[in-house]
Design a protein. Structure first.
Length: 313
């Protein structure tokens, strides 16, 4: 065939590639044994019944006026049009995206700086790594209730003792500052996972690269900007995208800290959807959930595009 033909005057490497390509095309495709599909079948059935089927049913009911039970009628795109004109839902989207972007920046900056410190030549770095990972294994709702007590009681007591007016009141009750508490707690829990990924990326950089840069006269700052950051760029992309997707689904920490308050100032998209399910707006919030699902799909496709070809794991 023309695609695998090698001319007589071609270099040896080209001839070898041509013969290899011919062998690959001539090699018969390995037949998959039926037993493999048999082992796959239980997982496929469970995934379909637990995830795919409920999602399809929910999307269908988003085109109805169902309240979750009883009779319903097909109403077309009315729910979707209402979602785009609902100020409460739009506010929840604005807060969620603002919270996700802010927390992603805080988490990645702090985790990267900690990773640089924990991979340098310092004493007890192994023990410190274990300490910094602890928040990752604690339930988010437990963390939220602990910090709720701190923000509502301990910090106001310190503010009164030190004469700091704005600190003497709980920031959880302040519509302008409540988001800050949520960012702090969410970042505190998310930093360990991001930290581990950055540590893996930094340890993958050969030490000879830094030795050569030092011989050439590059300082620590130049090595950070011209060696470390470019070589861990793939890890940064992974952490940013995964973190952003996770923070868009924020629920338990917000429930434990503010329950969406004061008022609806810190109500996330997930909280809005779940609240609507129990408040008789099943079909309406299913339309909201469907739009949110489409956003997640777009972010997933973006992640695949940005991480394609980056061998970070």
């Amino acid at each position: 065939m023309a695609s695998t033909t090698v001319t007589a005057g071609a270099p040896p490497a080209v001839k070898a590639r041509g013969r290899s390509a011919a062998k690959e095309k001539a090699r018969p495709r390995r037949k998959v044994e039926g037993v493999y599909y048999l082992f796959l079948l239980p997982s496929l059935i469970l995934f379909t019944l637990a995830i795919t089927l409920p999602a399809v049913i929910g999307i269908f009911f988003s085109f109805t006026n169902s309240i979750g039970f009883g009779d319903w009628e097909f109403i077309g795109l009315i729910n979707y049009l209402a979602v785009f004109s609902d100020p409460a839902i739009l506010q929840s989207y604005l807060f969620t995206f603002f919270f996700a972007i802010t927390t992603v920046i805080v988490v990645n900056v702090v985790a990267f700086l900690l990773a640089v410190g924990l991979t340098s030549h310092i004493r007890l770095k192994t023990g410190l790594r274990a300490v910094f990972v602890i928040p990752m294994v604690i339930s988010g709702i437990i963390i939220a209730y602990v910090f709720n007590f701190l923000f509502s009681n301990s910090l106001p007591a310190l503010g009164e003792a030190w004469g700091i007016g704005w600190l003497s009141q709980s920031i959880l009750a302040n519509p302008d500052l409540a988001w800050l508490a949520i960012v702090i707690v969410a970042a505190w829990q998310a930093i360990p996972g991001t930290l581990l990924i950055y540590i893996a990326g930094l340890l993958a950089i050969p030490g000879e690269v830094y030795e050569a840069a030092s011989i050439d006269g590059a300082g620590k700052g130049q090595q950070m900007l011209r060696i470390t950051l470019p070589l861990v760029a793939g890890y940064v992309v992974i952490n940013v995208i995964l973190g952003f997707k996770n923070f868009l689904n924020a629920y338990d920490i917000i429930v434990g800290l503010t329950n969406g308050g004061p008022g609806t100032a810190t109500r996330s998209i997930a909280m809005t959807i779940f609240t609507g399910f129990s408040g008789g707006d099943y079909a309406y919030q299913m339309a909201n959930a469907t739009l949110f699902f489409l956003i997640a799909v777009v972010l997933s496709l973006l992640q695949l595009r940005l991480t394609r070809g980056r061998n970070v794991f």
